[in-house]
Design a protein around this ligand. Structure first.
Ligand code: SF4
Length: 413
């Protein structure tokens, strides 16, 4: 594990580092989208174009020190120094994987810490961002879910992860002026983003804003376990790309893997996906499917999945891409990773049915930064670990196929 040397950006952003009074009394400007910042500037007697300048200094240049903002009037800089600050998150640690993935642990106070992960690829850089300290959904295969839930992050705490990573990486990678480090954001870190909707939407707007990070809607993805009413609201308020954590082709198994399914079962979820597509920036939904040995990885379950997404299971047909994710085992889950042959056979069923299917390459395995591994530190207020230390998943007996697949009786948990 490599210790992070605070960059000038993060040092300047440390809580309470700006001039002009105690941090608690000052407004954190990372909490505002452009409309919010405009309203704040109007309270200070300033026009909208000043808010735009300030917004660009913060998000495009990574500035936290008002004295640096040379094109703002001196009088405004003085007012800001007394009333506001750009308060990033303190960094507890950085870990760098041999494959280039970097994971940061951010302190969000009161013993809670959240993680963000940078995943470099040949043609782009992706940042995986957390939305909550912990998560109340409690999916069986997810390390965050086993930790329980402490609290929602604020808009500023969500954005601080991107703000830090973008400007820190620009310096670290010695990028040329105008080059960006991150051109893809996935809300797939700790937490269920749609259970923190009010903080999420302004953060998404800053990511999309041309005066902010200027990311296209296709390059900002919200991943949900299926909070149906909020999917409908997101479709209207800020339709970005959508990924849905599916993980099972029928309600009985999904109830066990993703407990939220008991509230919003698959028929409702698929109908919400169909509605979302009316406004989505892509003409498909990405379904995430974590491959769990003996639990959800049988060929018959692949055929059930085909029926589900093509509407032959009595649900609406949903144009989609299936993303099969190799499970990253952790002891408390009691679950195992599907062997490669089983993943390949599962994928083959989907592909032969005309469904675009990918098997996700695991990244950051060696630093526990891969999908489902983010754990941070959470003061659990939900007794999740107790609830999740329950008997193994029970899989309904499925017929033995002509090829002789053993579809049941394998240990899942
Ligand atoms: S998979 Fe997502 S929704 Fe489920 S427990 Fe983990 S963070 Fe929460």
């Amino acid at each position: 594990m490599a210790e992070l040397q605070p960059s000038p950006v993060s040092a300047a952003a440390a809580p309470g580092s700006a001039d002009g009074g105690p941090a608690a009394a000052r407004v954190n400007l990372l909490d505002f989208d452009l409309e919010g910042l405009t309203a704040f500037c109007e309270q200070l007697g300033e026009k909208r174009f000043r808010a735009v300048q300030l917004f660009r200094w913060i998000h495009q240049k990574g500035a936290a020190d008002f004295a640096q903002m040379s094109d703002l009037a001196r009088s405004l800089r003085d007012k800001l120094a007394h009333r506001a600050e750009v308060r990033g998150l303190a960094i507890l640690s950085e870990q760098a994987s041999t494959d280039g993935t970097i994971k940061w642990l951010f302190d969000v106070g009161n013993g809670d810490a959240v993680e963000a992960v940078f995943i470099p690829e040949a043609d782009r850089g992706t940042l995986c961002v957390s939305s909550q300290a912990g998560c109340a959904v409690g999916c069986r295969f997810c390390s965050t879910g086993h930790q329980g839930f402490s609290r929602n992050l604020s808009t500023g705490e969500i954005l601080a992860q991107l703000w830090f990573a973008e400007h820190h990486l620009r310096q670290r990678l010695k990028l040329a002026p105008g080059e960006r480090a991150i051109d893809n954001v996935v809300m797939m870190g700790m937490g269920e983003p749609l259970q923190n909707y009010c903080a999420l939407v302004p953060a998404l707007r800053v990511m999309l804003d041309d005066h902010g990070y200027g990311l296209s809607r296709r390059r900002v993805t919200v991943s949900t376990s299926g909070v149906v009413p909020m999917m409908d609201r997101l479709r209207v308020d800020c339709p970005v790309a959508l990924a849905v954590s599916l993980h099972a082709p029928e309600d009985g198994l999904r109830d066990q893997l993703v407990p939220l399914n008991r509230k919003y079962p698959l028929a409702e979820l698929m109908a919400a996906c169909e509605r979302y597509l009316e406004a989505a920036p892509r003409d498909f939904i990405t379904f995430e499917y974590c491959m769990l040995d003996g639990a959800n990885d049988a060929p018959e379950q692949a055929r059930q999945l085909v029926r589900l997404v093509t509407g032959r299971a009595g649900t609406p047909a949903v144009p989609c891409k299936l993303n099969l994710i190799p499970f990253n085992p952790f002891p408390a889950s009691g679950l195992l990773r599907s062997p490669k042959e089983r993943v390949d056979a599962f994928a083959q069923v989907l592909i032969e049915s005309g469904i675009v299917t990918t098997v996700r390459r695991t990244r950051g395995d060696d630093i526990a930064a891969a999908c489902g591994q983010l754990a941070g530190e959470v003061q659990d207020r939900t007794r999740a670990s107790e609830r999740l230390t329950r008997p193994a998943i029970r899989i309904a007996p499925a017929p033995v196929t002509p090829e002789g697949d053993r579809l049941h009786g394998r240990r899942a948990g």
